[in-house]
Design a protein around this ligand. Structure first.
Ligand code: ADP
Ligand code: MG
Length: 393
């Protein structure tokens, strides 16, 4: 894991170890967990610590309770699910103060190999403001801190960054995997490296475009952001997503990047933003009153041919409005192409991951990032506070 210490670099036997997990799982109206991916993802680190005789104190946020106890966002259901998966009781330290009397008593009673889960860290208003008092309270429970929450690594909160001021902080297996795959794909790739960017807006991905252009051999641009580039090429874009303020920027990018940037050559256009709206394929100008909702078949072929040579692919952002079946084809075809490539394929971004999973191809990718916002900031080349605060090797 680059130059950061991991759980394997510190003594954990007999020690109280605080682990920041990402248990921000979706619940249905009855409080049942509807997707356990994040719980499963946290198991390797927890299991390692249990096997090595640590007293394992888990913490996480869930949802946005905005600094007060909200029973529907309690982590109690997570303790139940974890107990089943680990095959041993995970004691839930119900406590409106997170680190209150109840939590302290539960930690006090721990034996080596025991696991305690604290209440939702965002029950405390200090958490998202990284206020020292709460960081100190959390740190006072343990002797070592392990961060395994990649999903919050782009935020500096008490439970992932603040605690590292008070006790030694290292990375868990999940965070290690994320840094390895995302980091190597962007900074030490097997070439050719091709990035596929899509999604709705140029403005939200400018830093990603700029950072990736420096690193990639080819940059494929699809999705809603492509129409601002269409406009930069002098094409009309109808009622497609268009960021007029960014047309000059797109022109500059195209001038500077030369043939590094690959744009769609056709579009699936519709009269309305609806799945069943009348649609057609056009090359060149998009007529007035029509909007581009997916890349067209010629673009799919062009993108596939560029991808054929790739040895590393980083994908962020769907090629079209994949939530509507009639405009999901471009995204699905690119996902299928990635699935059959003999290359390292890394998917980052909440909607891109959802699209790949919707296509049933999640397990065909080398790495699917668990952090939407965090993976995006990683692709922007930013230093993530949740990683920067870990001890150097
Ligand atoms: P990610 O979460 O993977 O970073 P984004 O949030 O940037 O991706 O973009 C995803 C959204 O972009 C999806 O909701 C998708 O419907 C939308 N999108 C893609 N193509 C278009 C388009 N041509 N017109 C409007 N929206 C689009
Ligand atoms: Mg998104």
């Amino acid at each position: 894991m680059l130059n950061k210490k991991t759980v394997e670099d510190v003594e954990v036997a007999g020690k109280k170890v605080l682990v920041r997990c990402d248990f921000n799982v979706p619940l249905d109206e009855n409080g049942n967990i509807t997707d356990e991916t994040r719980i499963v993802g946290a198991l390797p680190t927890i299991q390692y610590l249990v096997n090595n005789g640590a007293k394992v104190i888990l913490c996480s946020h869930m949802g946005k309770p905005k600094g007060e106890p909200v029973p529907s966002m309690s982590l109690a259901p997570v303790a139940k699910s974890l107990s089943e998966k680990l095959g041993k009781e995970v004691v839930f330290a119900a406590d409106d103060n997170v680190v209150g009397e109840n939590a302290k008593a539960a930690v006090q009673a721990m034996k080596d190999g025991d696991v305690v889960l604290l209440e939702n860290t965002r029950y405390r208003k200090e958490e998202t403001k990284n206020v020292d008092e709460f960081s100190q309270e959390l740190a006072s429970l343990a002797e070592v801190f392990v961060d395994d929450a990649f999903g919050t690594a782009h935020r500096a909160h008490c439970s992932n960054v603040g605690v590292s001021k008070y006790i030694p902080a290292v990375g868990g297996y999940l965070i290690q995997k994320e840094i390895e795959f995302l980091g190597n794909a962007v900074n030490a790739p097997v070439r050719p490296l091709v990035a596929v960017l899509g999604g709705s807006k140029v403005s939200s991905k400018i830093s990603v475009i700029e950072n990736l252009l420096k690193k990639v051999d080819k940059l494929i641009i699809g999705g809603g952001m492509a129409y601002t580039f269409f406009a930069a090429q002098g094409k009309t874009t109808g009622t497609s997503l268009l960021e007029a303020d960014y047309i000059d920027y797109a022109k500059k990018m195209l001038d500077e990047a030369g043939d590094k940037i690959i744009l769609p050559v056709d579009a699936v256009i519709a009269e309305k933003f609806e799945n069943d709206a009348p649609s057609q394929v056009v090359e060149g100008n998009i007529p007035e009153g029509w909007m581009g909702l997916d890349i067209g078949p010629k673009s799919v072929e062009l993108f596939k041919s560029v991808l054929s040579d790739a040895k590393t692919v980083v994908w962020n952002g769907p090629m079209g409005v994949f939530e509507m079946p009639n405009f999901a084809k471009g995204t699905n075809e690119i996902a299928a192409k990635l699935a059959e490539l003999d290359a390292v394929t890394v998917i980052g971004g909440g909607d891109s991951v959802a699209a790949v999973n919707q296509a049933g191809l999640g397990d065909k990718m080398t790495h699917i990032s668990t952090g939407g916002g965090a993976s995006l900031e990683f692709l922007e080349g930013k230093e993530l506070p949740g990683i920067a605060c870990l001890e150097d090797k």
